[in-house]
Write a protein that binds this ligand. Structure first.
Ligand code: AMP
Length: 249
């Protein structure tokens, strides 16, 4: 069984994101970039499925600039077999990425697309759902457990009220939530081995996809600064402040 695992290049989660001076977006020049954390979880799950003998091949795919090959290499060092870079400089909206992935699904015929639930840069939480809709495939989103057997994926989902378990007929799309697993660190020998694994480079147009954005970003701003908190000596003082200063009771 072949797995397709999309991995996005994003600003590292440890970086304090800064808005560009002209308010057109966030600063990405000279900023540490990494694989989207939820995609690391998806890669880990794919590698575990391969180690269990359920999956036979893992293809990691990223849509983005040439530098996104770094994130594909990370996936290869974790255990993916080969990579595909869909090279494009500039914004790629979820619908465009979903169309790119759909075209790659047609080419690669995976039984499962295992991806992150959300990219931490734009927090869209849309690409997996859009891909499932475009393909007409079942989807298991926010997965905290995935089991694959007998042509089905059983997915435990984290929903507001607790956990929901669904079974999906393969082929299907599954998106990973935080508690699915803890991704491994790639070992040095595996990082070296990953250098020899192949990465194919294609352009969106070669897949028949127009990458032009449909949304216009008007302005990006920092959230308002939070005011410093204060300690109160007693419940009485707290009530007094809530009533007279904050005027919330
Ligand atoms: P989003 O809908 O943007 O929050 O992203 C959800 C998931 O879609 C991510 O966790 C990735 O697995 C995948 N994805 C989004 N954009 C890209 C991209 N440019 N390249 C590869 N995968 C992507």
């Amino acid at each position: 069984m072949k797995l397709l695992v999309p991995v996005k290049r994003v600003v590292d989660y440890n970086v304090k994101v800064r808005v560009k001076a002209d308010n057109t977006g966030v600063e990405t020049a000279n900023v540490k970039m990494s694989m989207n954390p939820f995609d690391e979880i998806a890669v880990e799950e794919a590698v575990r499925l391969k180690e269990k003998g359920v999956a036979s091949e893992i293809v990691a795919v990223s849509a983005g600039p040439s530098a996104a090959q770094e994130q594909i290499r990370t996936a290869l060092a974790m255990g993916a077999d080969r990579g595909i870079l869909v090279e494009h400089d500039g914004v790629l909206e979820p619908l465009v990425v979903a169309k790119i992935l759909k075209a790659l699904v047609a080419k690669e015929a995976p039984q499962l697309v295992l991806m992150g639930k959300q990219a931490i840069d734009d927090d869209m939480n849309a690409t997996g759902q859009m891909l499932a809709a475009l393909l007409g495939w079942p989807q298991g989103t926010f997965a905290s457990k995935v089991e694959v057997a007998n042509g089905e994926a059983t997915v435990t989902r984290e929903v507001d009220g607790g956990l929901e378990t669904v079974t999906l007929k393969l082929p299907a799309v599954v998106t990973a939530d935080l508690r699915l697993n803890e991704p491994r660190y790639a070992s040095l020998p595996n990082i070296m081995k990953a250098r020899k694994k192949p990465i194919e480079v294609v352009k969106p147009a070669e897949l028949g996809v127009d990458p032009a954005p449909r949304l216009t970003v008007l302005r990006v701003e920092e959230p308002p600064k939070r005011q410093a908190g204060a300690k109160v000596a007693s419940v009485q003082e707290l009530v007094e402040k809530l009533r007279n200063e904050a005027k919330v009771i």
